[in-house]
Design a protein around this ligand. Structure first.
Ligand code: 3HC
Ligand code: NAI
Length: 708
């Protein structure tokens, strides 16, 4: 035993309690503690059965993910350790019962499956989420789970990684009993009923393993789904292979096959990137100067001004999180339109089985439509989402300053405007902040939290934790034009256009980026978002434009032709009634014409150049943003791109990707682009500095963490 695993006794039952807060990960010491506890109880004749339970808020949430980096970097060696601990448990002479609350995930579920029985409270969840980290279960999960839950369920859980609730786990045979009331007492009663019975070993079960005929279509369908839903990812396919091995090989050989596949995944770039994303999503919540002691403002009631595309979605986000929200419009027609869209979106979710009609009614019940500011004095926070225009935003903030109570948060969803100028319309700029949701707001996980120069620590701290409650990943960004995500998106889409003007086809540009892993190509993305949005902004900021550098031409011309993208049935592509994109010779003609006007002779452009130009434009702008302090860390940029722009998590985000290529190589390539294409490609000084000193963006982040 050690301080991570405690033993106690209740009559004839020995209790092992894992205490490794916050989530009882299987960090070094935990397996040893379990083994020591088992040894103690084995020698104690008064103990007839054992319970393994988690202290604190959960059972075991899995292997300690921090250890994986140490293994792949060679800092630690991975011993055979944990598998043999589980074998020891399974072959233990007295019945062992896992008592589950919170989550039994990954190695946690694998530990529970090596016990002879499992009981759980109704709110517990179990799962094999390893694929979300780019790996597969590595402690016999792929071998034991099909023996308990059947092949189809095991394949689904291991390949998709989503956890299931206790009720379902009971139904499929993972859990033997649901405990009402106190978990430990229920587990003691269950364990007592097993005293004297021979332990039931999962490895010995075979009646759910099916046969070749029944299993073949299951594996084929799973592989098809994995190739579609987890495009380019190796772990889901490896997980399916491992479960298949369970159906074809004796248990010990199946475990060996799982180990080979597990290690292949663990050492892959994909898994390193996805582990970076796992910790990154938690790191972004840590803001230097803001700690647990920073006071937060409870947000129990909210209001939204503007029930258009964004305002309606934002109201849904609050309603979904159980927070009542007022939704204000200028006239009844606009309000009705906004509410009709909200109802349609909710009804779609009910149709797809995401939640029940009753839940939809509850959510809708939390949204109170209004045409006045009545009730705004009682809410804790307001988000303004009216048309994008400084004069209107300032007018609204002036009004909000009058109606909102002191101590309430005033937020703007602006995507381009200066948050300090908006705040200047109030007498309380320290209570003003930007909350940049992404469209559709009720779907996209990203929330850029824009810090104004006066925004108070309390307001920032509140928004950081509120974003988690709203099921968003909140990332703090500075107040520059486009903030972080859209500022980088400018060069990204600019290069896509330049490549077309230089000779690449529209389809080639989109395909190269899609194959790289982006959810969509950059030109198709423009069509989806609406080409007119950028066109209008460019017109508004025409005076600020730097006329000495090259400007892309095609999109403005497409807009002049009324081709705004999907919404007008044509943009870079033309669209059929199902919004399927098709090649359009009209666009070829336009591009030819622009090439002639600008004196450009089209040239062959390979996929590698397309990817380098477009992705490195993100990296170079990202480096500038970092050195200017508009993003705190490189990982913040990665998390923004993965959650807001369809960047593939398995590449870790643009800054992580640049680190994996090597900053020296990236820097040299950018220098080549500068030579060929001019000042738009001047390397960011931070990139040069890191490249020349053999460092990575990750080193920049380490320095930030050290000085925080
Ligand atoms: N290892 C190391 N640290 C972990 C961890 C793990 N498995 N799970 C969570 N943590 C850390 C987080 O980094 C965070 O640290 P921080 O406070 O310093 O930022 C802290 O624990 C709390 O985590 P969350 O903020 O995520 O807490 P929540 O309550 O929101 O969520 C959770 C809890 C659902 C357990 C969530 O943390 C989670 O999903 N964890 C990962 C679970 C997982 O993937 N398990 C499988 C691991 S791989 C494995 O087991 C391989 C095996 O097959 C051999
Ligand atoms: P929208 O045009 O769909 O909706 C704006 C709504 O505000 C309209 O319904 C209008 O009637 C209402 N409105 C105007 N004046 C009002 C007032 N005085 N009081 C109450 N309601 C008023 O616009 P959208 O797209 O929802 O954009 C809103 C804000 O969100 C803008 O600042 C925009 O820049 C930002 N944004 C938009 C994104 C998008 O993809 N559409 C993404 C992120 C931010």
């Amino acid at each position: 035993m050690n301080e991570l695993v405690q033993t106690s006794k209740n009559g004839e039952i020995g209790i092992l309690t894992v205490n490794n807060p916050p989530v009882n990960a299987l960090s070094p010491g935990v397996p040893d503690g379990i083994v020591a506890g088992l040894a103690q109880f084995e020698n104690d004749p008064t103990v007839k059965a054992i319970i393994l339970i988690g202290g604190g808020r959960t059972f075991i949430a899995g292997a300690d993910i921090k250890e994986f980096g140490k293994i792949t970097s060679g800092e630690n060696r991975r011993g055979p350790g944990f598998l043999s601990v589980l074998d020891r448990m399974e072959s233990y002479p007295k019945p062992i019962v896992a008592a589950i609350h919170g989550t039994a995930l990954g190695g946690g579920l694998e530990t529970a499956m090596a016990c002879h029985y499992r009981v759980a409270v109704a709110s517990a969840q179990v799962g094999q989420p390893e694929v979300k980290l780019g790996i597969i279960p590595g402690a016999a999960g792929t071998q034991r789970l099909p023996r308990l839950a059947g092949v189809a369920k095991a394949v689904e859980m291991c390949a998709a990684g989503d956890p299931i609730g206790a009720a379902e786990a009971f139904k499929v045979g993972i859990v033997d009993q649901i405990i009402e009331g106190d978990l430990l007492q229920g587990a003691i009663a269950f364990a007592t009923s097993k005293i004297g019975t021979p332990p039931r070993r999962t490895r010995d079960l075979s009646n759910k393993l099916g046969n070749e005929q029944s299993n073949t279509p299951i594996f084929a369908a799973a592989r098809d789904a994995a190739r579609k839903k987890a495009r380019n990812l190796m772990a889901p396919l490896a997980a399916i292979d491992a479960v298949e091995a369970a159906t074809k090989l004796p248990y010990d050989e199946g475990v060996k096959r799982e180990q080979e596949l597990f290690l292949e995944c663990l050492y892959s770039d994909q898994s390193k990137a996805m582990i970076h994303v796992f910790f990154g999503e938690r790191e972004v919540a840590k803001i230097p100067g803001i700690g647990k002691d920073t006071q937060q403002i409870p947000v129990n009631k909210a209001a939204v001004v503007g029930a258009g595309t964004m305002g309606g979605g934002i109201a849904m986000v609050f309603a979904n999180a159980g927070i009542p929200v007022l939704l204000k419009e200028t006239d009844q027609a606009a309000l009705d339109r906004g509410l009709a869209t909200i109802k349609k979106n909710y009804a779609n979710s009910v149709k797809k089985g995401r939640f029940t009609q009753e839940s939809m009614d509850q959510r809708l019940g939390r949204i109170t439509p209004t045409l006045t500011y009545d009730g705004f004095g009682e809410v804790d926070m307001v988000i303004e989402a009216v048309f994008e225009g400084m004069a209107l935003k300032k007018q609204i903030f002036g009004e909000l300053d009058k109606v909102m109570r002191q101590g309430a948060i005033l937020a703007s969803n602006t995507s381009t405007l200066n948050i300090d100028e908006i705040a200047s319309a109030t007498k309380r700029p320290e209570w003003v902040i930007g909350t940049h949701f992404f469209s559709p707001a009720n779907v996209m996980r990203l929330l850029e939290i824009v810090r104004g120069k006066a925004s108070s620590k309390e307001v920032i701290a509140t928004l950081m934790s509120l974003s988690k409650k709203l099921a968003k990943v909140g990332v703090l960004v500075g107040n520059c034009r486009g903030f972080v995500g859209n500022r980088m998106f400018g060069p990204y889409r600019r290069e896509a256009q330049f490549l077309v003007e230089e000779g690449a086809t529209v389809e080639a540009v989109d395909k190269a980026l899609y194959d790289y892993g982006m959810a969509m190509g950059p030109l198709a993305t423009g069509d989806l978002a609406g080409l007119d949005v950028g066109w209008r902004i460019r017109k508004e900021f025409k005076d600020a434009e730097n006329t000495s550098v090259r400007q892309p031409k095609v999109e403005d011309r497409l807009c002049e032709m009324g081709r705004y993208g999907q919404k007008t049935g044509a943009g870079w592509y033309k669209y059929d009634e199902n919004r399927r994109p098709m090649h359009d010779p009209e666009v070829d003609k336009l591009i030819d014409q622009i090439r002639k006007e600008t004196g450009r002779t089209p040239r062959e452009i390979g996929d590698q150049e397309i990817v380098d130009r477009i992705i490195y434009s993100l990296v170079n702008e990202g480096a500038r943003i970092l050195e200017e302090g508009f993003a705190l860390r490189a990982v913040d940029i990665d998390i923004i791109y993965i959650n807001g722009y369809g960047y593939p998590a398995y590449r870790g985000g643009p800054m992580w990707y640049a680190d994996t290529v090597g900053l020296k190589k990236v820097y040299e390539r950018i220098q080549e682009f500068e030579k060929a294409h001019g000042a738009l490609w001047t390397p960011a000084p931070l990139l040069r500095q890191l490249a020349e000193s053999g460092k990575k963006f990750a080193d920049f982040d380490k320095q930030v963490a050290a000085t925080a």
